[in-house]
Ligand binder design. Structure first.
Ligand code: MLT
Length: 311
């Protein structure tokens, strides 16, 4: 007889539904990416892949929960660039993104757009920057907490323009967008997965996109580069499991993720929302580990220069 190794269990994996924690509110950009990928992975794995939204502390609350979850392959984390900024922004982070997780693969990198409530006075990015300079703290800027992409973009914008706005935190960019559309908050820098529909519907006023080139589905929206702003951000997303998860299970999830990223519904919806899935070579543990490692170093330098810390 031979010992029933973990791999034996992995051969049957998954035998029950899988939870994917999204560390922001439902209805936001991370949730949008997660629900598309989870649905496609469900079809491949033959088990429900259920999205669970755990908001708070700029995504670090949800990430911390997965770091200490059982490493049996049934609790995963879908998170973004915030995995690489939190280690610098938080002096007392309850997890280490590089050692408390097993990487599965990259998913997509989403551009960001500077948008405001539709009756906001400025009409161009140049007018917006002048307005912010002149009105500073009277301008309200929404974000999804220290460690979110919207907070990172806002921090860089304020640092670039040497301005200070009044920042208003939310549990996610979903609820923040509701208040911008409602006119309660002036502006946000948010991902195209959450703003494309609103921009096209005229629900918000858009000023620029942080991609190197203009987006095909928002051709009239200039890039920040065109407007002379050095603010290029791609919000990369990755899929993680708790550290110590059986490599055979990681391999099964990696294959399922790669298939999900060629799923025609996923590809088409990503395109409508201004983004594209990564290639199969990037939807790998190695590629995500490499991106996470280099991004932690990159943002440490930028954030320390900006001098912004959570606690
Ligand atoms: C969200 O899903 O709410 C966003 O990713 C929040 C953010 O990072 O700005």
């Amino acid at each position: 007889a031979f010992a029933l190794s973990g791999t034996a269990f992995a051969q049957d994996y998954p035998t029950k539904p899988i939870t994917v924690v999204v560390p922001f509110s439902a209805g936001g950009p991370t949730d949008t990416v997660a629900r598309l990928v989870a649905e496609a992975m469900s079809q491949d794995l033959g088990q429900q892949v259920v999205v669970q939204n755990v908001g708070g502390a700029g995504g670090t609350l949800g990430a911390g929960q997965v770091a200490t979850a059982p490493n049996d392959g049934y609790t995963l984390l879908l998170h973004h660039i915030g995995m690489s900024t939190a280690p610098t922004l938080y002096r007392s982070l309850p997890y280490d993104p590089l050692t408390d997780f097993a990487t599965i693969g990259l998913i997509t990198s989403v551009p960001m757009t500077l948008v405001a409530r539709k009756d906001f006075e400025p009409n161009t990015l140049e007018e917006l920057l002048t307005y912010i300079k002149e009105n500073g703290e009277n301008v309200t800027y929404a974000h999804a907490g220290i460690g979110s992409a919207s907070q990172l973009c806002g921090m860089l914008l304020m640092e670039q323009t040497e301005t200070v706005m009044t920042t208003v935190p939310y549990q996610g960019a979903g609820p923040a967008m509701t208040d911008i559309i409602g006119g309660q908050i002036d502006m946000i820098c948010d991902q195209t997965t959450n703003t494309t529909t609103q921009i096209q519907a005229g629900e918000v006023k858009a000023y620029a996109v942080t991609s190197p080139e203009r987006l095909t589905n928002l051709p009239d929206l200039p890039t920040t580069k065109e407007a002379g702003l050095d603010l290029e951000i791609g919000v990369w997303h990755g899929l993680y499991a708790p550290a110590g998860t059986d490599p055979a299970i990681i391999e099964r999830l990696e294959g399922s993720l790669q298939k999900a990223l060629t799923n025609e519904t996923v590809v088409a919806r990503f395109a409508e929302l201004g983004t594209t899935p990564v290639t199969a070579a990037e939807a790998t543990p190695e590629a995500l580990t490499e991106t996470l490692t280099s991004q932690i170093e990159l943002w440490r330098g930028v954030i320390e220069a900006a001098g912004v810390y959570a606690e």
